[in-house]
Design a protein around this ligand. Structure first.
Ligand code: IMP
Length: 207
């Protein structure tokens, strides 16, 4: 079964491909494999206030464009001491730095640390949330995964992407920036959501 993994974020692409490698019946293709050029319309698609709605909108957009059964991920970090911010605004929390990549991630992390300056460890709790949406071939469904941790006051590790060097899991004794990628996928919001989507795909006939 061919599945388009529709994201332009290199960190997400890596993780989604790793997670889905456990399902050899799924033939994974990316936007570049289908020759889908980057368009300014893509950003306008995820204009909603919830991860679920954004993920669904992205999956519907790319299946309409390509005709392929599509999986799209909308995700972010929700920090309790900030009333759940940045949430669906995680990607550009510090304002737009450059279109994508390391400098944006670094600016977001610095911004988050500034906002949490002086907040004690017990009040620095946060959740990563991932909504993985399927669209096309009779599918129009969203699966949500969550992962709880604490925002440290300085980065640790260079793995993962985004807020990972600040996101500490007490059960692991490490940040997502320090954890091996395979272990991150086992316990992460993305791992949980995407495995639920893959298992549904492989266990139900639709369309
Ligand atoms: P989206 O592309 O609108 O879904 O934005 C996702 C943003 O949330 C990313 O750019 C990161 O800033 C953050 N994010 C989501 N998942 C992760 C993760 O697994 N690690 C680190 N940051 C993440």
């Amino acid at each position: 079964m061919r599945l388009l993994v529709a994201t332009r974020n290199p960190g997400k692409v890596r993780e989604l491909r790793d997670i889905l490698a456990a399902y050899p019946r799924l033939d994974i293709v990316g936007l570049e494999d289908l020759g889908v050029p980057e368009s300014p319309d893509e950003d306008a698609v995820e204009a909603f206030q919830t991860f679920e709605e954004n993920a669904r909108a992205k999956a519907r957009y790319y299946t309409a464009l390509t005709g392929a059964l599509t999986l799209a991920d909308d995700s972010g970090i929700c920090v309790d001491a900030l009333g759940g911010a940045p949430g669906v605004r995680s990607r550009r929390f510090a304002g737009e730095v450059e279109s994508r990549g390391l400098r944006q991630d670094e600016a977001n992390n610095r911004h988050l640390l500034r906002l949490l300056a002086g907040v004690p460890p017990e009040r620095r709790t946060a959740r990563y949330i991932c909504a993985a949406a399927l669209a096309g071939g009779g599918w129009d469904d969203v699966y949500v995964g969550e992962c709880r941790g604490v925002v440290l006051d300085a980065p640790r590790g260079t793995g993962g992407f985004g807020y990972d060097p600040l996101f500490y899991l007490s059960e692991e004794g490490m940040t997502f920036g320090e954890l091996l990628p395979a272990r991150k996928s086992e316990v992460s919001h993305r791992g949980r959501a995407v495995r639920a989507a893959a298992e549904a795909l492989l266990s139900e006939r639709r369309g």
